[in-house]
Unconditional design. Structure first.
Length: 94
C-alpha cells in the first residue's frame, strides 16, 4: 500500500474507533435516539471514505500492474473483482 494512502486510511480508522467509543457511551447514557443515529451516519460516511482510500490505492497498484502486465487472466480477474465489488455494493443499504 502506498505510504500516504496507508496513513490516511489508518488515521480514518482511528477516528472511526474513537467515534464508535463515543456512540457506545451515548447508548450507555441513554442519549436521545436520533442523536445516536446521526452519529452512526457519520461513522457510515467515514467508513465509506476508508473504502475510497483503499480503492484508490488498489487502482493505483494492483489494477495498474495487472493492466500493464502480460498476464491476461490476471487482468480479467482484477476487472471481475471490481465489477463484483460494485454490483454487491449496489445491493446493500445502510
Amino acid at each position: 500500500m502506498k505510504k500516504d494512502l496507508k496513513k490516511q486510511a489508518i488515521n480514518r480508522v482511528n477516528y472511526i474507533i474513537g467515534h464508535l467509543q463515543g456512540i457506545k457511551k451515548m447508548i450507555e447514557q441513554e442519549k436521545y435516539c436520533i442523536d445516536i443515529i446521526m452519529q452512526n451516519k457519520a461513522v457510515y460516511s467515514a467508513l465509506k471514505k476508508v473504502d475510497e482510500i483503499i480503492l484508490e490505492n488498489h487502482l493505483n497498484t494492483c489494477v495498474t500492474e495487472a493492466i500493464k502486465g502480460k498476464n491476461k487472466a490476471e487482468r480479467e480477474r482484477k476487472m471481475k473483482e471490481l465489477l463484483e465489488l460494485f454490483k454487491n455494493s449496489d445491493n446493500k443499504s445502510h
